[in-house]
Design a protein around this ligand. Structure first.
Ligand code: SF4
Length: 400
């Protein structure tokens, strides 16, 4: 029986971080309940809503078989990821309602249920209620342990909040905690980055994600970098070379601390790899609910409209506001196999992909192997671990 992941988008935050380009907003808390009701309505009525919106789920979620036939299976849900935004802002009863809606609508055993949380939102009562609702993994947007960097990035929490929040979660029974760090925040230095990594390792989370700061003109920091100004400390953003050094430092510190590097941006203690996120890189099916949530059935990708108010109005009116809907061609599916699969450090089975898609890939990989950017072992190809900070070059070359 194939496994299905469920993603729930909660697009609300307390403030807007300076580097953020996500479709999230700061709204009155009175808007939370109608949003949650709409999400629960979408979950319960997803088959009819999708059918009316022209998305073909058929008898279940479609998965691609080795023979290149498309088969339908009634999939079982095993992972749920509530992300955002800051879903930990919601009342625990809201989160419980969402999980209840999933349980009554889908078959399966929810073995990994992740909640994204910001450290300042953690309280003992909330944490206990989360565990009671079935949440067993908390992913923390820490970004840094330096207050100077957190202030400049517009984050609400401070270093002390991290040290306050982790014991609360542990006492509530959360045995799987993930920390996110960002390399490249304004005012970050080699020394402050090393301190953040050491402090992170000292708290022994089961999972770690390290992202390089993305400079996007959709964020206030990105605009300042492009147009000039001093409000968001754009002048104090580390260079690309420094960010690459920070990434490599993270590789060393996390390896020494016993973490397994399993995806370009992700490390885990043995057995704590994110089962939900692995579905994205392995092209396994997932359904997304909420404003802006993305879904993948194995043969189609689609996304709901980003505007939360418009989403609520549409679902209340019995309609799903889908704004992107793509049926994959064999060519686009092959591209996904390469750029998603190669993000995993185990690499891809090129022989299997060649058989499935009827293509020859050897010539594409030859120059990359000669340049030391990828490594080959039998039919497996993987990014060279010591060249991961330039992985974009590999993807550009491969998809040319
Ligand atoms: S908490 Fe996350 S989603 Fe919210 S504003 Fe900050 S970066 Fe964006």
């Amino acid at each position: 029986m194939r496994k299905l992941g469920i993603y729930v988008q909660v697009p609300f935050c307390q403030t807007k971080c300076t580097y953020c380009n996500f479709h999230t907003g700061v709204v009155a808390t009175a808007r939370f309940a109608p949003y949650v009701e709409a999400v629960c309505g979408e979950i319960r009525g997803h088959r009819e809503l999708l059918r009316a919106a022209g998305v073909g789920l058929g008898e279940g979620i479609f998965v691609k078989a080795r023979s290149q036939e498309w088969l339908s299976h009634e999939a079982m849900v095993d992972t749920v990821y509530m992300g955002g935004g800051t879903p930990s802002l919601l009342d625990p009863a809201h989160l419980q309602n969402i999980l209840d809606a999933i349980r009554v609508t889908f078959t399966g055993e929810l073995s990994e249920v992740t909640l994204e949380a910001d450290p300042e939102t953690i309280e003992a009562g909330k944490a206990a209620a989360w565990v009671g609702a079935g949440i067993n993994r908390v992913s923390f947007g820490l970004q840094s342990f330096s207050d100077k960097e957190l202030v400049a990035a517009g984050r609400m929490h401070r270093r002390a909040d991290i040290y306050r929040a982790v014991p609360i979660l542990r006492a509530a029974g959360i045995r799987n905690i993930s920390f996110d760090l960002i390399a490249g925040l304004p005012h970050q230095t080699k020394e402050s980055w090393r301190e953040s990594l050491d402090e992170l390792a000292g708290l022994v989370p089961e999972h770690v994600s390290v992202y390089l700061l993305e400079i996007d003109e959709g964020s206030r920091l990105g605009k300042e970098l492009l147009l000039g100004g001093a409000k968001y400390s754009a002048g104090a953003v580390p260079s690309e070379d420094e960010m690459a050094d920070y990434y490599e430092m993270a590789q060393g510190v996390l390896r020494a601390a016993g973490y397994h590097h399993y995806e370009i941006s992700n490390w885990a203690k043995p057995g704590f790899e994110s089962r939900h996120n692995l579905k994205y890189w392995r092209r396994e099916p997932y359904l997304g609910f909420g404003a802006g949530a993305h879904s993948f059935s194995g043969m189609e990708r689609w996304a709901n409209a980003h505007d939360a108010a418009a989403y609520v109005t549409a679902v209340q009116g019995g309609r799903l506001p889908i704004e992107q809907h793509e049926r994959l061609t064999p060519e686009s599916a092959l591209e996904e196999e390469l750029f998603l699969g190669l993000r995993q450090l185990d690499g891809i089975d090129v022989g299997r992909i060649e058989r499935d898609y009827g293509v020859t890939l050897t010539e594409r990989f030859d120059p990359l192997a000669s340049a030391g950017l990828v490594e080959r072992e039998g039919s497996m190809v993987r990014l060279a671990p010591q060249r991961l900070s330039v992985s974009n070059e590999v993807f550009v070359e491969l998809l040319r």
